[in-house]
Design a protein around this ligand. Structure first.
Ligand SMILES: NC(=O)c1ccc[n+]([C@@H]2O[C@H](COP(=O)([O-])OP(=O)(O)OC[C@H]3O[C@@H](n4cnc5c(N)ncnc54)[C@H](OP(=O)(O)O)[C@@H]3O)[C@@H](O)[C@H]2O)c1
Length: 416
């Protein structure tokens, strides 16, 4: 039976306002917003001032409010709100990927202990219903890959750089249009996409990755010559969140990829998001939609609220096999690596070289590199380099090969 939902809303910005509007246009849902907590009472709002306060207790201590919707832009303040709400026995809906990627296990335990639901469809892919599909539709153990454009800001910038704009100009335009924040670090350095990948790994494979385990490399170091290289070869550069399960090993990272025209992400442009799920029997399936924006994101929040009418909760059935899974760092991957000089390029050790170019302004190499070598640099800050992964090239390195490689290095070091 449907139950009446009385909502306490935290945040009335882009998504919060959108939620108010979509709720008003939805006739099937028995849900109403009782109170809204924001940060700055002096801001002009589109609805009556009597709805608003800055006092969290007005929601958290109100026994009539059975659902807390957390849509604020501060993950530490959100942690306080969400943990208090769960402890108070209220269902929680959130769109806050950073909060969830940092505190997933703790929040899940709290929800379980207090027998309430904690739903967060809007936190990955905006309007794309990926979490619930991974949770319910792909409710089996046969998923092998999850791969997607999950950050609209960087996809917008990369769309413009592929058309010939410089990274700096494209970023400035994105900021002017409100797609990018004034401090764009979380988007352009791949942090936002990494938080989303942590959630995708949880729901695709039942694996809880610590957010600091996952390599995130963004697009800040993209140079004009890299964009030109891609254009001349009829390729595109896209920032992808990639996760794969090979036997009991999970590999996951966020990095720019150099993709050909037949790749699913090739024509996914501007602020759109797309996620491909690959399973044993259904093969590849593509989810495509608006990854951000007021109403698209609010539609995912609305869907979570609607699910609460029927006491829906994620069951994390795949997490039952979590103990047998490992986060694997012993892998190699094929990459395109450009550098401001041949000398810089030569400082990076490749396992195999497939193509090289040495020019006046820059040099590049395409070849296979170990993740161990990748981890030696903080690539987001390495302004002499730009690296892009070649799709479908991840290979596990057998321990014996690694040991052999290390032995070879030791012998070489002794000889030199
Ligand atoms: N925007 C998108 O397209 C999108 C897409 C997917 C997910 N999300 C996620 O959705 C959440 C909200 O994003 P948004 O774009 O709506 O942010 P936003 O437009 O910046 O709005 C943030 C809201 O949070 C309020 N706020 C900040 N700190 C608060 C606190 N301590 N207590 C109460 N209210 C507080 C602000 O109050 P004032 O109004 O008084 O300043 C504002 O109303 C974030 O977690 C974001 O990552 C956003």
């Amino acid at each position: 039976m449907k139950k009446q939902l009385t909502i306490g809303l935290f945040g009335f910005g882009c998504v919060g306002t959108g939620l108010y509007e979509v709720l008003n246009k939805t006739t099937l849902l028995q849900a109403s917003i009782k109170h809204i907590v924001i940060k700055d009472l002096s801001k002009k709002r589109i609805i009556d001032a009597s709805y608003f306060s800055t006092d969290a207790n007005r929601i958290l201590e109100d026994g009539e409010i059975n659902v807390v919707v957390e849509l604020i832009n501060d993950y530490e303040a959100a942690y306080e709100i969400v943990t208090r709400a769960l402890k108070a026995g209220k269902h929680v809906v959130s769109a806050n990927k950073k909060l969830i990627a940092y505190y997933l296990d703790e929040l899940l335990s709290l929800a379980k202990e207090n027998q309430v639901s904690f739903l967060y469809e809007a936190s990955v892919g905006g309007s794309i219903p990926i979490i619930r599909n991974l949770e319910e539709y792909y409710n089996n153990d046969s998923l092998s890959n999850i791969n997607g454009i999950v950050n609209g800001t960087t996809n917008y910038i990369l769309t413009k750089t592929s058309e010939g704009q410089s990274f700096d100009t494209a970023l400035k335009t994105a900021q002017e249009l409100g797609f990018a924040e004034l401090d764009p670090t979380s988007d352009v350095d791949g942090f936002d996409a990494k938080y989303k990948l942590v959630l995708l790994l949880k729901h695709a494979f039942g694996f809880t990755a610590r957010q600091d385990q996952v390599w995130n490399y963004g697009i800040r170091q993209l140079k004009d010559w890299d964009a030109t290289y891609a254009r001349e070869k009829s390729l595109k550069i896209k920032l992808l969140a990639f996760g794969t399960r090979i036997d009991n090993q999970i590999v996951g990272f966020v990095a720019p990829h150099l993709i050909p025209a037949n790749h699913f992400a090739f024509n996914v442009e501007n602020e759109f998001n797309a996620v491909v799920v690959e399973a044993l029997f259904s093969d590849k399936q593509l989810f495509l939609g608006k990854g951000a924006g007021s109403h698209p994101t609010a539609s995912a929040v609305l869907s979570d609220i609607s699910a609460l009418q029927f006491d829906y909760a994620y069951e994390y059935k795949k997490s039952a096999s979590e103990d047998t899974l490992n986060f694997e760092t012993g892998f190699s991957v094929k990459v395109y690596l450009s550098a401001t000089s041949q000398e810089k390029l030569d400082q990076i050790e490749f396992l195999e070289t497939h193509e090289t170019y040495a020019g006046q302004s820059h040099s590049y190499k395409i070849g296979v590199i170990s993740y161990e070598e990748i981890q030696k640099q903080n690539w987001n800050d390495a302004s002499d380099y730009f690296l892009a992964v070649i799709p479908d090239s991840v290979q596990l390195i057998k321990k014996s090969e690694l040991e052999q490689e290390n032995r070879t290095h030791l012998i070489e070091e002794k000889l030199s």
